[in-house]
Design a protein around this ligand. Sequence first.
Ligand code: FAD
Length: 472
Amino acid sequence: MSDSCCGTTAIEIESFTTAQHPAPGQAGALPVVVIGAGPVGLAAAAHLTERGIDFLLLEAGDRAAASVAQWGHVRVFSPWKYDIDAAARRLLQADGWSAPDPDWLPTGAELIDDYLAPLAELFGDKVRLGAKVTAISRLGYDRVRTAGREQAPFLIRLADGSEVQARAIVDASGTYTSPNVLGASGLPAHGEGEVVVDHALPDVLGADRDRYQGRHALVVGAGHSAATTLLALAELPDTPITWAIRGGSASRTYGGGDADALPARGALGTRLRAHVESGRIRLLTGFFTHRVTATAEGVEVVSRDPAGHEQSVKVDRIVSATGYRPDHSIASELRLDLDPVLGSTRQMAPLIDPNQHSCGTVPPHGADELAHPEPGYYAVGVKSYGRAPTFLMATGYEQVRSVVAALAGDWQAARDVRLELPETGVCSSNLVEAHEQRVGLATGISGGLLSAPLPLVTVGGATSAESGGCCG
Ligand SMILES: Cc1cc2nc3c(=O)[nH]c(=O)nc-3n(C[C@H](O)[C@H](O)[C@H](O)COP(=O)(O)OP(=O)(O)OC[C@H]3O[C@@H](n4cnc5c(N)ncnc54)[C@H](O)[C@@H]3O)c2cc1C
């Protein structure tokens, strides 16, 4: 062999393949690996349990729902009845668990304490904590090699160097650990890695209070996360606040005020507008973060708009509330068919395009829409939406019900996708206001900021599709 243009490579791989690979079908004896113990990964585990399919759930954090724990102080907009997966509910109830009040809006911490942590406990040592996945491939196959590929087990490498094999992968690793950058063009601002930048939703009125009170904070972004942080900062005495957005006006963030179809969105926006109009919050529009530089007094943040005009602000703290993006690098040896805009599957993209859909209007979808050319690999949950900020837990629960049915070979159930998300009510409701009066600020997603079409970025800075939206 070997005098081909490719040298010996082909034969070497062939002999390795023959010697090392399980015979076709042997991969089927391996567990399904679920990556990430967030709400959707845990729901996948519940469906796998109900179907009697062996699985292993790998979670990078030292606790279940480690990403939700990061925003544990935030109250969501969708009440409990939309936050609990049906299979998870059945398993928990069989274990003596009582469901929380279906109409209550939980905080992230309540989601964990009252639902996700007890659910994770049910799965015992099938949930492996501190198990960060760094790469996924097929045993003996790089991305190029085709023959026999579908029968080869998946190979999952962990941060500690150990490896696990799987018959299929449900990647529910989320996007919370890969936030968007501060830089306005999607690239990091110059110097971004050299200064302290807090990512969205610091616990300004709780654990992080001392870091913010009395310091000049800059919040960058136009979604609900930015709005939430700004309103919390406004409660701190002697704390100057600057808010920077790319657009020419904050009207999209303010929403429709009293005339808003979604009262909570209106209330959030109305309060924010009042703070801006009173001067409590200084708003910088047309702000395209270009450079951040540490100075003796704090940080200087320079905007350079597409026409080259600069403005700058000197602050003590920066909160980047610019949204999230999926990290597909762990699956770079797999054959993925990603939408070039959103980073979802191509099939999903038109369904979730934030220019077209608010949270409640995303049509039901399942295994077919989530499939990649790599059979057996599914990215689910918020990761499946790529950069679209309109994801809801209820959507993810239906995704994993369908995907697990497909893995079980039950294609009828896999294709019978149903999702009943009232246009309002799941994303937001006037419940939020009642809850706010009782327990403080509510936030999260409202289906709201994106229920109106987003304008595309206009060079010159007049308008901009600021990242954020529902959850950004
Ligand atoms: C502030 C906020 C409010 C929200 N409010 C609502 C709401 O009201 N209603 C609603 O329906 N949705 C809401 N969402 C959106 C969405 O439902 C949540 O983000 C939800 O947590 C997504 O679940 P997930 O399981 O897909 O991902 P995540 O909850 O992000 O879980 C991913 C898990 O994967 C782990 N992980 C990451 N990388 C790896 C790796 N390489 N290896 C192993 N493990 C890894 C993480 O530690 C994490 O535990 C909100 C989101 C935010 C941020």
